[in-house]
Ligand binder design. Structure first.
Ligand code: GCU
Length: 432
């Protein structure tokens, strides 16, 4: 009797009782290539009225807007307009930092709302004596103070996910948090190559939890870019975060130490989904980088490999808009797939990166998206990923669309940064 009850409990609560987090992941996920369903992808070059898109002009003036709308309506939701009355102030004095290798700036972006303001705290490291330098803009997961061991970085006061390894206690950063994510930020190399790094804690815009909208910007802006009413579920946390990156761009356009025409937006994982959506919705970003962004990022949803639409909507109901839930176990019904998100970057350079041990993010699906955006780049005479098969590890491929898979886990490594810097150098006409 006792064992029967235990067995019943195990059936009812398998992921809670019997499995660790990774095993729980795999319980609902397919990792078998032969079980990937047969699917037909929507064609980025067939317009909603059935017309074939054959020129860059038709793409730019007709089809691009259609696909963008489809993503707004079905995946990420709408975005508000740029607010009037943005203000930028210094959070701390600008100083030399990192043993004289950089200048550290900390800027507050004040976003006016109906009931006050939302403040984004921006940390910038720039090469010394910077004038008009290219920069990488990227959100961080646990506060600006985690990205380097620099006591001059203001400790984030925002809510964050509890995490012992990151020194987060009761949802707030402590002194122990400093530098805990530094392995993900190859600052030395970024600065040595003449680039600046601009980073912001994504929770400044909306805390990353199902009801985070209550404390975030999303419950305080009530109209979309066309002035139409905007309900909470008509946009999403990812839209709100992406929109925040646009406000960072607004600031960068005012800062003479930065070349606002050479701003690379980069993000890892959920923040890679965000960097892609930011690049799609704000064409001021000159280069867009997705690091291990997976489901709802670079990976094709229709492959349902690793994390699926249903799984992501269940674990993270706040990331996508209401309509995206209609595609749980029903990916074919979605009028877009993620190769069309990559295509929205055209003709700007875009980089999609995977990690070999990150099957949850479906590296092959990420590769296929990068590859299948190619026909749109071809309209502009630019080459995308010019190989048919996913390349072996550590073998980047492609020109305006570039792809690599590296050894190792879901992470951002120095190898990834080296490729991104090479990519930016090439497209910005810089030599190293
Ligand atoms: C989870 C989630 C992914 C996401 C990742 C991350 O694993 O399922 O979709 O990319 O978290 O952001 O680290």
């Amino acid at each position: 009797m006792k064992s029967l009850r235990l067995a019943m409990l195990a059936v009812a609560l398998p992921s809670l009782i019997l499995m660790n987090a990774d095993e729980a992941h795999s319980a609902d996920a397919n990792y078998d290539e032969s079980k990937v369903p047969h699917y037909t992808l929507p064609d980025p070059l067939t317009a909603n009225d059935g017309a074939k898109i054959t020129t860059a002009d038709q793409w730019t003036h007709k089809r691009r807007a259609e696909i963008l709308k489809l993503f707004e309506n079905n995946v990420y939701g709408q975005l508000p307009a740029k607010p009037a009355g943005l203000k930028f102030t210094e959070d701390a004095p600008t100083e030399n930092a990192l043993d004289g290798k950089a200048v550290r700036k900390q800027i507050a972006i004040h976003i006016p709302r109906e009931d006050g303001e939302t403040v984004m705290h921006v940390l910038m490291y720039l090469p010394v004596n910077s004038k008009s330098v290219p920069v990488f803009v990227a959100y961080n997961f646990y506060g600006n103070h985690t990205i380097a061991n620099d006591p001059g970085i203001l400790l984030s006061k925002a809510w964050m996910m509890d995490n012992d390894d990151k020194g987060v206690v009761n949802h707030h950063a402590t002194e122990e948090s400093r530098g805990t994510s530094s392995s993900r930020w190859d600052l030395d190399e970024i600065l040595k190559r003449g680039y600046g790094l601009v980073t912001i804690y994504y929770g400044d815009i909306e805390p990353d939890r199902a009801d985070g909208w209550k404390d975030g910007l999303r419950s305080r802006i009530h109209h979309d870019a066309d002035g139409k009413p905007l309900a909470i579920e008509d946009w999403s946390a990812i839209s709100a975060w992406a929109w925040g990156l646009g406000r960072v761009m607004d600031y960068l356009e005012t800062d003479p130490s930065v070349n606002a025409k050479q701003v690379v937006v980069m993000g890892h994982s959920r923040l890679g989904k965000t960097s892609l959506w930011a690049g799609a919705t704000d064409q001021r970003f000159a280069i867009v980088i997705s690091n291990d962004s997976g489901c709802g990022g670079a990976a094709l949803s229709r492959r349902a490999f690793g994390e699926t639409v249903k799984r992501i909507n269940t674990s993270f109901p706040h990331w996508f808009c209401k309509t995206f839930k209609n595609y749980n176990d029903n990916e074919d019904a979605c009028p877009v797939d993620q190769h069309e998100l990559i295509a929205l970057m055209a003709p700007r350079p875009v980089y999609v990166a995977s990690a070999h041990e990150d099957q949850w993010a479906d590296p092959k699906g990420e590769f296929l998206s990068a590859k299948l955006a190619g026909p749109v780049y071809a309209l502009f005479g630019e080459k995308g990923v010019d190989v048919d098969e996913q390349p072996p590890i550590h073998t980047p491929v492609g020109d305006f669309i570039r792809y690599h898979i590296r050894a190792g886990k879901h992470d951002v490594t120095d190898y990834d940064w080296e490729q991104y810097l090479n990519f930016a150098d090439r497209h910005f006409g810089r030599h190293h």
